[in-house]
Design a protein around this ligand. Structure first.
Ligand code: ADP
Length: 281
């Protein structure tokens, strides 16, 4: 683990308690660098959520080791330190709201930490500002859209001054606008506040802006690398039942028709290349 690593999984295996202990994660190795934006991609049941819960000590590995800023997640005395370092946003926005108003909700974790009222006020203001929800401080959360509720959940984590935020399918229940709101916020917090973002998703489109993509399949790391490294292997991804970003798929299908374009990840790039090609014909 380099000094810059925030999170390291070393040979991590896990299975849930039950009659037959089917391995859900099989000897997973993964390193997440401080300040990076990473995506963990995989279809349902590939073990992504289990991995997220292991990363903030909601679950403990059966075999192997997980280090969060050098702290072993098995160290019971450091449990709250691990959870403060690595906050987690879950899929269902309605299950995460506990406060009667937006600011009560953001205050919840701070109250549990015993933060004094003056400091609490300051952190709530900062956190609501960071997620662009200052205007809604006295709003009752049930009046908010799904995307806004997820931004409030992120504010609750920001108020704890975390090193990393895990978004565990945090956009899966949102409409396209809500999805975009949450992704833009995650990218901004990464770039401007230096928060490490671990985005767990089954939407390949969300992974194209990452520094690093890890693809999970049946509890194992199938591939990892930059979005370019991973998404240029279209056939391998499709063989594992995974989709690729729209622009990558269209370019791949055009190549099968004998129309070769440079590699693209983003739709805007694809449009540019297609227009250039049409103008030369
Ligand atoms: P993903 O997030 O990629 O959909 P999960 O980590 O949720 O994958 O699930 C991986 C496997 O573990 C699945 O086969 C799922 O049925 C099983 N699983 C998940 N949670 C539990 C649980 N609490 N008890 C037993 N099995 C579980």
């Amino acid at each position: 683990m380099s000094e810059e690593s925030l999170l390291a999984l070393r040979h991590v295996s896990f299975s849930y308690e039950g009659e037959e202990r089917v391995p859900v994660l099989k000897s997973v190795d993964l390193t997440i660098e401080k300040g990076s934006f990473v995506s963990i991609l995989g279809h349902n049941g590939s073990g992504k959520s289990t991995m997220a819960k292991l990363m903030n000590a909601l679950l403990l590995p059966e075999e192997g080791t997980i280090l969060v800023s050098g702290i072993d997640t098995r160290d019971g005395e450091m449990l709250w330190e691990v959870r403060r370092h690595v906050g987690m946003v879950f899929q269902n926005p309605d299950n995460q709201i506990v406060g009667a108003t937006v600011e009560d909700d953001v205050a919840f974790g701070l109250e549990n930490m015993g933060v004094d009222p003056q400091e609490m006020r300051k952190r709530i203001d900062e956190a609501l500002h960071a997620v662009g929800m200052e205007k809604y401080r006295t709003t009752q959360p049930y009046r908010l859209s799904g995307g806004q509720k997820q931004r409030i959940a992120i504010a609750g984590i920001m108020a704890m001054r975390p090193s990393a935020i895990i978004l565990d399918e945090a956009t899966a229940m949102l409409d396209p606008q809500g999805r975009q709101e949450v992704m833009l916020l995650a990218r901004r917090l990464n770039r401007e506040e230096g928060i490490t973002i671990i985005n767990i998703t089954h939407f390949p489109e969300e992974a194209v802006f990452s520094d690093h993509v890890t693809v999970m399949n049946a509890g194992e790391v199938l591939m990892e690398g930059t979005p370019h490294d991973v998404f240029s292997q279209v056939e391998r991804l499709q063989a594992a039942g995974l989709d690729v970003p729209f622009a990558v798929r269209v370019r791949h299908e055009l190549a099968a028709q004998g129309i070769n374009l440079p590699f693209v990840l983003h739709q805007e790039e694809l449009v540019e290349h297609v227009c250039r090609l049409l103008s030369t014909r």
